[in-house]
Design a protein around this ligand. Structure first.
Ligand code: ADP
Length: 622
């Protein structure tokens, strides 16, 4: 490929994809782009997955929190309704006349007995845990459980806050572990007053056992803690009487004094980690004893609180984080699959685009190669043509020079001979005049005159060649021209024993031309033929005439060796001759052909198939 073509090709390369601007095209076109995209994807994919995890975690936690708070509301109402059922029980009991009578006369066994029966009866109907009457010092005078081993009768519960509240004239509410029964319960107390004085306190203890059973059945981990954070109701029994946060010494002392939780150790729940989630709850790590294996297992949970108004209690719900983790896992899996599918589709599209581009590039390359081949072929042809032209020009130049040389040699020879003769004739003439042989001298002078006219003849020939047209054209007789030419040759003794085979046409034939010049043409043709037959055995000059309505054709045929095939094209060229120097100038045929074409006719040369050269002279009929 030449240097000139290179920039043009570069340009073509650049404009291969002018119409495409899409992302996939941009990626597939540029390898650097592709690398950047891959790098970007490698960074982007983990970022997307991480973001997906964050968002799905948040969504799942929000849902968990929402469900949790709905549950907590349900548990709170169940707890409240459980205790509210008994709200009026102590008030109604405090209105019993017999209670005042017993408080006034605590030693009356009949009333005590009667009261024990009544309380036991009421307790059974109300399905409460215990119902009892205390005097103003806190000593139990009568109780529903008077018959049992752990009867409250005679026991002093003055230390209990519910007693203190009631003796102060208010309704008391208190949750505690029974000191006698060791069973947890909700204590509702009310003062018994007469004549503006508080004589004693009536107490109803409500059990939480049934509530706990219901909660445990729901499978939820739900619990209630008091103002100090100690769990006292729980769906899981082993969480009971444990603190949610470590207790201070003062609180511990207070609890000991009130014997609120009897002898329970009040250990903290084993929450190892706490992480708040907005204001909705906390993510905690809880160590639990596995029910089956007995091993301690740690797990993440979501802890939610809800305050119970009035009592200073808090309801807690602990939900496992498993559903949250499942949601995250599923979402990340789905997004990952989505990303993989997207990447695969993108790769497929890029691959397809690249294959298409390769195909187009191949086609383009093939086209370019073809174009290049065409271009170089054309170039080679042009170069070869130029070479040929140069060679031909060179040949023409060489042949012109050769012709010029030949002509110079011919002219020199033709003129030198007569010049040399003139010199010797004139030298002789001078000697003869000196010797007074005037007759011989005159003879020499006439020879000189002859020689000069011969020289004039030669120069005349050259003149004829250079002249384009000469003489007037008129209707001339072909017969006359042939006859004159033959007689001239015969007179000069040039026929050289050649037999002439010529029969003139019966009807006179006239053509357009000039008689003298046509004679010149025939003399030339006949003398060439005679020259050619010099060495031939049979020497016959055959002259025939063929006519049609417009043209006359004169055929001159000899029995010589004919024309060499190589020179047949050149015989009409000026100065072309095969004759030795001095014998011919090579102008005869060239001048003849010029004369004939001046007459509007044409000349040609060929070899007769039966031997000898055949010259045709074609003339226009007049
Ligand atoms: P010249 O006779 O001075 O050579 P011409 O132009 O008449 O010049 O002829 C050119 C050449 O043509 C001759 O030298 C000869 O080789 C060839 N030629 C012409 N006529 C004949 C013929 N009848 N037979 C063979 N060769 C011929």
């Amino acid at each position: 490929m030449s240097e000139m073509n290179a920039p043009a090709l570069g340009k073509k390369e650049e404009t291969i994809w002018p119409e495409e601007t899409g992302l996939i095209e941009a990626i597939s076109r540029n390898p650097t782009n592709r690398k950047l995209i891959i790098l970007f994807s490698l960074l982007l994919i983990p970022l997307i997955l991480w973001q997906t995890a964050v968002v799905s975690n948040q969504t799942a936690l929000d849902r968990l929190a929402e469900q949790g708070s709905q549950r907590l509301t349900i548990y709170r109402s169940s707890l409240q309704s459980e205790f509210e059922k008994y709200e009026f029980q102590p008030i109604l009991l405090s209105r019993m006349e017999d209670m005042v009578r017993l408080l006034i006369d605590p030693d009356d066994t009949a009333i005590t007995q009667w009261m024990n029966h009544r309380l036991s009866e009421i307790n059974e109907i109300a399905k409460t845990s215990a119902t009892y009457l205390m005097d103003k010092n806190g000593i139990t005078l009568a109780a529903s459980n008077w018959k049992s081993d752990r009867s409250f009768v005679g026991n002093n519960f003055a230390f209990r806050p519910y007693f203190k509240q009631a003796i102060a004239g208010k309704s008391g509410r208190y949750f505690a572990l029974g000191t006698t029964s060791n069973k947890p319960g909700y204590y509702l107390s009310h003062p018994i007053q007469a004549a503006g004085q508080t004589l004693g306190v009536v107490v109803v203890k409500v059990s939480v056992e049934r509530l706990e059973k219901d909660w445990a059945a729901s499978n939820d981990k739900v619990m209630v803690s008091d103002k100090d954070g100690i769990v006292f109701i729980s769906s899981k029994p082993n969480w009971k009487y444990k603190s949610l946060t470590p207790l201070s010494e003062t609180v511990r002392e207070e609890l000991k004094n009130s014997r609120k939780y009897s002898h329970a150790k009040l250990q903290p729940l084993s929450i190892t980690k706490r992480k708040p989630y907005d204001d909705k709850g906390e993510i905690i790590t809880l160590a639990e004893k596995d029910a089956k294996s007995g091993k301690i297992k740690s797990g993440s949970h979501f802890l939610q609180d809800m305050k119970i108004p009035g009592a200073g209690w808090t309801l807690h719900l602990i939900s496992p984080m498993k559903p949250v983790y499942q949601t995250i896992t599923y979402t990340v899996l789905i997004v990952t699959s989505g990303l993989i599918i997207t990447v695969l589709i993108a790769l497929y599209l890029i691959q397809k685009r690249l294959a298409a581009r390769d195909r187009q590039n191949l086609q383009r390359q093939a086209q370019l190669a073809l174009q290049e081949a065409n271009d170089s072929l054309e170039q080679r042809v042009q170069e070869r043509t130029r070479d040929l032209q140069r060679a031909q020009d060179g040949l023409i130049q060489a042949s012109k020079l050769a012709a010029l040389g030949q002509m110079a040699a011919g002219i020199t020879h033709e003129l030198n001979n007569p010049l040399a003769a003139i010199r010797s004739y004139s030298d002789n003439a001078r000697v003869l005049i000196e010797r007074e042989r005037f007759g011989d001298a005159a003879e020499n002078l006439s020879q000189i005159s002859n020689l000069t006219s011969r020289m004039a003849e030669i120069t005349q020939q050259l003149k004829t060649f250079s002249r384009k047209t000469e003489g007037r054209q008129q209707a001339i007789s072909v017969n006359d021209a042939i006859d004159h030419a033959l007689s001239l040759l015969s007179k000069s003794g040039s026929l050289n024993g050649v037999s002439i085979n010529y029969t003139p046409l019966e009807t006179p034939l006239t053509v357009k031309g000039n008689l003298v010049r046509l004679e010149q043409v025939f003399i030339n043709l006949f003398s060439n033929a005679i020259d050619a037959m010099a060495d031939s055995k049979d020497r016959i000059l055959d002259i025939s005439i063929v006519v049609n309505s417009t043209k006359a054709k004169i055929l001159v045929h000899d029995s010589g060796p004919g024309l060499d095939e190589e020179i047949i094209e050149q015989v009409f060229d000026p100065f072309f001759t095969t004759k030795e120097v001095g014998k011919g100038l090579g102008l005869g045929l060239s001048i003849s052909s010029r004369i004939i074409s001046d007459f509007g006719g044409m000349m040609s040369a060929e070899n007769d198939p039966e031997g000898g050269a055949l010259f045709r002279v074609e003339l226009l009929r007049e």
